[in-house]
Design a protein around this ligand. Structure first.
Ligand SMILES: N[C@@H](CCC(=O)N[C@@H](CS)C(=O)NCC(=O)O)C(=O)O
Length: 191
């Protein structure tokens, strides 16, 4: 799908995605599901990527909503205008999006730092980490420096490598790369 020329959106995604956006998942039986957070929740059901505990599941949802409201509309929009938009740049709008992005990244960093957390929710990698990795790991493409967000950066690199070897690494058993000096509850056998 072209993100600049949206002329075929209705033709391709009509009836599949209410917002006519990608990603849109179409199941084997033809049922469509749009919105990255909903897709992650659907795919993660019954796996280690979605906690069984009710409160932790709600915390995962909290971070999915945070990503959709605080991260994606800021980093993605700034990056879109810097890297993809063929028209004139709206520098004021980009600056505003960058400021909002930095604010969101600081909140994420603080959450990890203050809770001495290895992962965003509970003691193991979940779809909250996957969702937050999505645009954070390309924030530099939006002109957003990550120097003050060491913990977020570490998780982004880990999340990226995990995302490329998800099921295989989980089935085969080798431990996913982790931030230096800490081990997860999962690694300690607490899950
Ligand atoms: N909230 C949606 C946002 C999806 C989104 O913005 N997708 C972009 C491409 S990455 C798109 O389809 N943009 C074209 C448009 O907005 O029409 C999600 O997280 O799935």
């Amino acid at each position: 799908m072209d993100v600049v020329d949206r002329s075929d959106r209705l033709e391709v995604l009509g009836g599949l995605s209410p917002s006519l956006r990608v990603p849109t998942l179409v199941l084997d039986d033809g049922r469509p599901l749009a919105e990255s957070g909903a897709i992650l929740l659907y795919l993660a059901e019954g796996s280690d990527f979605l906690p069984a505990d009710r409160f932790e599941r709600a915390q995962v949802a909290q971070w999915l909503f945070f990503e959709q409201y605080e991260v994606e509309p800021k980093i993605a929009v700034a990056r879109f205008f810097l890297q993809m938009w063929p028209g004139e740049r709206d520098e004021a709008r980009i600056a505003k999006m960058r400021d909002a992005s930095r604010h969101a990244l600081r909140r994420m960093e603080r959450h990890l730092r203050d809770g001495e957390r290895e992962w965003f929710v509970g003691g193991s990698y979940s779809i909250a980490d996957i969702a937050l990795n999505g645009y954070t790991h390309v924030a530099d493409g939006a002109g957003i420096e990550l120097a003050d967000c060491r913990r977020v950066c570490v998780r982004c690199r880990i999340a990226t490598s995990n995302a490329h070897s998800t099921t295989a690494s989980r089935r085969a058993g080798p431990a996913a790369p982790r931030p230096a000096g800490r081990r997860s509850h999962r690694a300690r056998g607490r899950r």
